[in-house]
Design a protein around this ligand. Structure first.
Ligand code: NAD
Length: 392
């Protein structure tokens, strides 16, 4: 086990702050002791964003280039939390410098870059993982357990949507999220999460069909200053073209069962609605990210006049929560930020060399990140081919 672990986060934006906070809490989760975690640097080209985040989350310094972090001897682990199109250069540079890298999803904005990153990861001496944060969501992990242990049993049908509304206003400023090739919009941004969750629950997707994209708002105003995440900053009267999808829909076939998917960034009133229902041979389950501390469960048992969906409030008997909350009592509530803590903890456990059998499930590999992008590429191929079936 290393005597300590120095961490840095590249990107002090919306999700970068979640990573910065997560490394802070990771060593306070669960009983096996991690080596001391040193919070070293927040790297952001915007020095103001970087220094505010470093002060807020207790990091020793901020840097304004990824190269400074790659060269720093006091840093072992780096989260890469910047625009998807920037992941490849930074991740490859960090791996070449021997850093352990936790990269945000999707792995990149092109399949070619994602495959090159997976190749770099295979050849690296350090660990490279991708942060599909929703695999850390207790309700989703519990539904997976119910499928796998036969309580729900074999999946027959999955219906999922990830509706967001950060782009429904035409005044929402232009950002990196609106630039890129087919499928790099809502599909890559939130469809990457939804497809990952679907396969996490239901197994591998074998084919995609019925792909459909639409761009509801074709031009967006440039912001007057730097914009973080989905902030509605002041905008100029100069407009740029939106290059990718505001909305995507498609169907999928699993080894067992089929699925329907819909993602959006113009779903007014739904800031962050990852919602799915999974129908199985013995019942069904439903999850709604707006109510992350509960699931709904239907088990087909007892008289049909009495059965139906019931609410299950999650607590210490469910995945991640026992020891994963400072006060791990029933019904205390928790949310998406906690999942970033479990993700950071899982990555640090792997870096520290803790035994896999007694650790949190490992973070996904870059090869899984490539697979996820192949799914997204199949959706794009289907959409560009008038909904044709694409086999994976
Ligand atoms: N897992 C999740 O739930 C989740 C949620 C949101 C975003 N994300 C992912 O996180 C990544 C970042 O998204 P975001 O919403 O935080 O973006 P953001 O736009 O809010 O922040 C990006 C930050 O990167 C900085 N930056 C730009 N170029 C840089 C460079 N070359 N070096 C260092 N910093 C640079 C910007 O100044 C900005 O502060 C994306 O890959 C996104 O898909 C994941």
């Amino acid at each position: 086990m290393p005597k300590d672990i120095g961490v840095a986060v590249i990107g002090a934006g919306m999700a970068g702050k979640a990573h910065a906070a997560a490394f802070r809490t990771a060593s306070a989760l669960y009983n096996p002791v991690l080596p001391p975690v040193r919070l070293v640097s927040i790297g952001d080209v915007n020095p103001q964003f970087g220094s505010i985040a470093a002060q807020r989350f207790g990091y020793e310094r901020n840097d304004t280039s990824w190269q400074a972090i790659a060269e720093a001897d006091d840093i072992d682990v780096v989260s890469v939390v910047i625009a998807n199109s920037l992941h490849r250069e930074v991740v490859e540079g960090l791996l070449a410098a021997g850093k352990h890298v936790l990269c945000e999803k999707p792995l990149s904005d092109t399949l070619e870059d994602a495959r090159a990153m997976a190749e770099a990861a295979r050849n690296a001496s350090s660990i490279a993982r991708i942060g599909f944060t929703f695999r850390r969501t207790p309700g989703i992990a519990y539904i997976r357990d119910l499928i796998r242990n036969g309580t729900l049993g074999k999946v027959l049908h999955f219906s999922g949507r990830y509706w967001t509304d950060y782009g429904f206003s035409p005044d929402a400023p232009m950002s990196w999220r609106y630039k890129g090739g087919p499928g790099s919009g809502a599909l890559a941004d939130v469809g990457s999460h939804l497809t990952y969750v679907a396969e996490f629950l239901c197994g591998d997707i074998r084919s995609i069909s019925g792909g459909r994209f639409s761009t509801a708002i074709n031009k967006r105003p440039l912001p007057l200053g730097a914009v973080m995440g989905h902030d509605h900053a002041a905008v100029s009267d100069v407009f740029e073209t939106v290059e990718n999808d505001d909305y995507a829909a498609f169907s999928a076939e699993f080894d067992h069962g089929s699925g329907g998917f819909e993602v959006s960034r113009v779903a007014a009133g739904h800031a962050n609605s990852l919602i799915f229902e999974v129908f199985c041979e013995n019942g069904a389950a439903r999850f709604d990210q707006r109510r992350p501390a509960e699931i709904e469960l239907f088990l087909n048992s007892g008289p049909s006049s009495e059965n139906g969906y019931r609410q299950v409030i999650l607590g210490p008997e469910h995945p991640y929560l026992s020891g994963g909350l400072a006060m791990d009592a029933p019904s205390v509530g928790f949310g998406q930020n906690d999942a970033f803590g479990y993700q950071a903890r899982a990555f640090l456990e792997e870096v520290a060399g803790l035994d896999e059998a007694t650790s949190l499930p490992r973070c996904a590999t870059f090869d899984e990140g490539v697979h996820n992008m192949e799914l997204l590429a199949a959706v794009a191929e289907s959409a560009l081919g008038s909904g044709k079936k694409v086999t994976l």
